[in-house]
Design a protein around this ligand. Structure first.
Ligand SMILES: Nc1ncnc2c1ncn2[C@@H]1O[C@H](COP(=O)(O)OP(=O)(O)OP(=O)(O)O)[C@@H](O)[C@H]1O
Ligand SMILES: [Mg+2]
Length: 254
């Protein structure tokens, strides 16, 4: 079992959309997948119909184990949901010296049941993000072509260094990928951004060949609470996330 955290120190860049897109693609490729919503905004959870009451807050309060709050979604996909009440809880657990290892400690029980765990994280570098990164084997980071994206990305890199130094020495950043990318719109701007990103010394070898193009089908799929592959299998979005997932698997397997 590999634990993949989707992280970026910036809001609205496509973390949740990518957790869903990569998660559903992994299922399509035949893997058993558990999505864990580690964000108090609970956007990932809201993308699924008929949620049961069990959720991650119960684990953080010590009322249930991680294994007990797993909800099956389909044959090979399961979810651990979040709730907005995770927000005040996050502030409380931040003061608890054991919090960084809380998730990691319970992962062993899930190991026989899943090939991949995909963690959706909040945009802040707060306790839930630390906990997710401590539990993860690797990180993948979405980036919007946006002049402010670099600052957030460097903050994420600093956070990964701190987590490695203090808790999880084997944590690896396995890929950076562009999201909401438009290959032609606004002419050169997007290409310039991608070229500038590829030139950054700390990005060397990390930028994936696959970018996720901007496409309303992704928004529709979330609204309909179904996978992009079920909603629009021929769309750019379904194809991009499948190609990205295949590419990430070659990196993660190494
Ligand atoms: N490739 C895409 N094409 C079109 N819209 C997209 C694409 N990717 C994401 N979006 C839209 O952009 C918005 C932000 O995406 P998302 O919620 O995945 O970002 P996020 O990084 O998880 O945000 P937050 O930091 O708030 O958790 C959503 O409305 C989503 O539907
Ligand atoms: Mg999100």
């Amino acid at each position: 079992m590999k634990v993949i955290a989707i992280a970026q120190h910036k809001g609205g860049v496509g973390k949740t959309t990518s957790a869903l897109g990569i998660g559903h693609s992994l299922v399509l490729l035949g893997h058993r997948v558990l999505l864990i919503d580690c964000d108090p905004q609970s956007n990932l959870s809201s993308s699924f119909p008929d949620l049961q009451p069990a959720n991650l807050c119960m684990v953080l309060r010590g009322e249930a184990t991680l294994a007990e709050v797993v909800q099956p979604v389909s044959e090979r996909l399961s979810l651990i949901a979040s709730r907005p009440e995770l927000s005040p809880l996050e502030r409380m657990i931040g003061a608890d010296a054991t919090h960084p290892n809380l998730l990691r400690r319970q992962l062993a029980a899930l190991r026989p049941h899943y090939d991949y765990l995909v963690l959706d994280t909040p945009p802040s570098m707060g306790p839930m993000t630390v906990m997710s990164l401590v539990a993860a084997d690797c990180v993948v980071a979405p980036m919007r072509p946006d002049p402010f994206a670099f600052a957030g990305f460097y903050k994420l890199l600093d956070m990964l260094d701190a987590v490695r130094d203090n808790f999880n020495p084997s944590l690896e950043l396995k890929g950076v990928f562009l999201t909401q990318y438009h290959p032609s719109y606004r002419g050169q701007v997007y290409h310039d951004f991608a070229a500038e990103l590829a030139r950054q010394p700390r990005v060397q070898g990390l930028l994936t060949g696959t970018s996720i193009r901007i496409n309303a089908k992704l928004v529709e799929a979330v609204a309909l609470k179904i996978s992009i592959h079920a909603h629009a299998p021929d769309s750019n979005s379904a194809q991009d996330y499948l190609a990205l997932t295949r590419e990430l698997l070659t990196r993660i397997a190494v």
